[in-house]
Every structure is written in C-alpha cells, then in structure tokens.
Design a protein around this ligand. Structure first.
Ligand code: C5P
Length: 235
C-alpha cells in the first residue's frame, strides 16, 4: 500500500483523550490509566506515529493535565512528525474541535482516533489514510457483527430481529479530507454523533475499510483485561 502511495507524513491525527472514563471504575482520566506500565494514551500515540502517513499528532488532554501529558508523550512521536497538545473540552466533540483548530495548515488529511483504542495497529492507520488519499472524503474502519441483534421495546420485549449482514461495528481512526471534517464540526448540533456521523449529516458519502480486533475500545474493566492479554501476545 505504501508503495502505491509514496507520500509520507501528509496526515494529521487528532487524539481526543479528555474523557474521565467512569465505566472503567475510579482512577482518574481514562487515557492516563496504565496498560502494562504505559498509559493508554502513550500506547495509542506510539502506534499512530509509527504509521508512515502520520506527520502530526494533536492530543486533546484531560482538564488540568496538559503539561503532564506533553511531557509524558515527548518521546513517543519521532521527528519529523510533530506532537501538539491542547486542552480537551466538555464533550468528545469539543475535544475534537479543539484539536482540529490546532492542526498546522499544510495537512489536508485528518484522522480522528480515540485514545481509548490504545492498541491500534499502524497498518490500520495506513489503510484509512490511503483510502482518503485515494479520493474518499470520509473513511471509517469497521468490523462485522458476531452477535445476533434484536430490537426491543421499553418493557424489554423483542420487536424484531435485525438483519446482521447489513450492520457494522465502527472503530477509529476515522479519516477525512480536512475541509470536510471542518465543515462537519462547524455544522454540528448533535453531541452524541461520532465524526463520521457529523459528516453523514452534510450528505457526504462515508467509505468503509476493514477494521482490526486489536483496535478494541477500552471502556470497561473486561476490555482492559483483554488489552493486557493482547499486549502480552505482542499487539
Ligand atoms: O467516553 P467515550 O469512551 O466515548 O470517549 C471516547 C474518546 O473521547 C476517549 O478517548 C475520551 O478520552 C475522549 N473524550 C474527550 N473529551 C471528552 C470526552 C471524551 O476527549 N470530554
């Protein structure tokens, strides 16, 4: 893939990392929690910056932790790639918007990656970046669903069975032509939507590429245990 795309370092990655992660239990901001001796955020930034495509990483740090985050990540982004740390916002969308505003003008492709997906493989970053470079305005990594999915009503009764074959679980990094992501954030009204969801609302088509099991989102204690096993296995 890189042979077809000789451009290097033309992508900026935004890393919203300002969430408290209450579903993981008590213990401070989620992105700063430990996984095998390193914070989730440092794992994520290290893997993102190993992708040749990445020339700039912008982290939205948890409130009150900006300097600590900048110091802790200083060795994780190898030159010529650049690390920028900004203050995160009240919601994920605010954190992404703050990071987006700090991207240097030369980057025309922007990826958004949740710090909670700490074990993202660099190959996934390359795949998403390549698809944007190939001309897709918005790109998301997806996995097929393994569970049967039911629609239920408020009383807990099943209304119907959803056709699983047309559904996908969505991961990050999500990739965008910069102008498209900026327009989507300018128009954003629904704080619950992901970045691709904001772009969909503009009527822009979103392309899917294969995701990765290693890019699981670390949300609950069970996910952290799975991530520890993956890390020990060499993820
Ligand atoms: O809460 P959730 O797990 O959906 O958060 C997804 C990502 O967004 C996490 O990496 C979290 O740190 C980040 N986030 C943020 N600013 C917030 C809330 C969440 O950067 N205010």
């Amino acid at each position: 893939m890189t042979a077809q795309h000789p451009l290097r370092g033309d992508v900026a990655v935004l890393v919203p990392a300002a969430g408290m992660g209450t579903r993981l239990g008590p213990g401070g901001p989620k992105a700063l929690r430990d996984l095998g001796g390193t914070s989730l955020l440092a794992h994520a930034v290290r893997r993102l910056s190993r992708a040749d495509a990445v020339g700039c990483v912008v982290v939205a740090a948890p409130a009150g932790h900006r300097d600590e985050v900048a110091a802790a990540l200083a060795g994780e982004v190898a030159a010529p790639a650049e690390l920028i740390v900004v203050d995160g916002g009240e919601t994920r969308q605010h954190s992404v918007a703050a990071a987006l505003a700090a991207v240097p003008p030369e980057f025309g492709i922007v990826l958004v990656h949740d710090a909670a997906r700490a074990l993202v493989p660099p190959s996934l970053v390359q795949r998403v970046a390549a698809a944007v470079r190939d001309g897709h305005d918005a790109v998301i990594p997806v996995l097929p669903l393994v569970d049967t999915v039911k629609q239920v009503d408020d009383s807990g009764h099943v209304i119907g069975t959803v056709d699983r074959s047309v559904l996908r679980a969505v991961q990050t990094p999500q990739g965008f032509r910069r102008s498209v992501l900026e327009a989507a954030h300018r128009a954003a009204v629904d704080a619950l939507t992901d970045d691709a969801g904001l772009v969909e609302k503009l009527g822009v088509r979103v392309m899917c590429v294969p995701g990765s099991e290693a890019a699981l989102k670390i949300t609950r204690p069970h996910d952290l245990a799975v991530a520890e096993i993956l890390l020990r296995a060499g993820a």
